[in-house]
Design a protein around this ligand. Structure first.
Ligand code: CA
Length: 229
């Protein structure tokens, strides 16, 4: 397995040092930056497999950084673990659908953080292997923004494509409405979330036109949508 690259954004050097040591000894390659504004450019220049993000930073907050990451194609899908210190930060991490994958509360043990990282890595690896290809039913060419279903290319609008590509990135995984909004409509934050249902409906019609018996997009009431694995 290739070395996993992690970006650590943390302004307290002592905390960073313990994490650098713990994650380094697990075999991860960790780059550390002290300031929030360094995070996105660093990730764009050389994408990381995972980002550990302190919420309280001198120049910005982890919340602003994850918003910027999710709004950028390079950072849309990178797993993020928040490091939070105060109760009100924890409330915000839990209360806001920022698309974070996990969070750890300070003070933490570096082992705990390493364990969270390993859990996310395992999960992502599962998605990747199931994604390539999930079944022969699907073929996805992200560079061409093209998806084939039963060997036929789907004619889709931009948002239909982004929505289907998201579901296809992890067949079987339920994406919440908030996750879909923040990833598919990242550049149109004022979009009404009923757009999701509208786009699912048109996508289903297009899929049915190719394979009348199939209904690969699953509705999870009160939660969101998934693609049949
Ligand atoms: Ca801090």
């Amino acid at each position: 397995m290739q070395t996993l690259k992690i970006l650590l954004v943390e302004d307290e050097q002592a905390i960073a040092d313990t994490l650098l040591y713990a994650l380094g000894s697990e075999g991860f390659s960790v780059r550390h930056v002290l300031l929030g504004r360094e995070a996105l450019p660093a990730h764009i220049a050389s994408p990381f497999d995972l980002i550990i993000l302190d919420v309280g930073l001198p120049d910005t907050t982890g919340f602003e950084i994850i918003k910027a990451l999710r709004a950028d194609p390079a950072g849309r899908d990178v797993p993020v673990i928040f490091l939070t210190a105060r109760a009100d930060e924890i409330d915000r991490v839990l209360g806001l659908e920022l698309g974070a994958d996990d969070y750890v509360v300070k003070p933490f043990s570096p082992r705990e953080v390493a364990a969270r990282v390993r859990a996310i890595v395992r999960r992502e690896a599962r998605f990747r292997t199931s994604n390539e290809p999930p079944t022969a039913l699907w073929r996805h060419d992200p560079d061409a923004m093209r998806i084939e279903f039963h060997g036929q290319a789907l004619a889709m609008t931009r948002y239909e494509y982004l929505l289907l590509a998201l579901l296809l990135s992890a067949p079987g995984r339920v994406f919440t409405r908030e996750q879909i909004m923040s990833r598919v409509w990242a550049h149109a934050p004022d979009t009404d979330d009923r757009s999701i249902d509208t786009h699912v409906k048109t996508l289903r019609a297009k899929l049915r036109a190719i394979a009348p018996q199939s209904d690969p997009i699953q509705t999870h009431r009160g939660t969101g949508y998934s693609l049949l694995p």
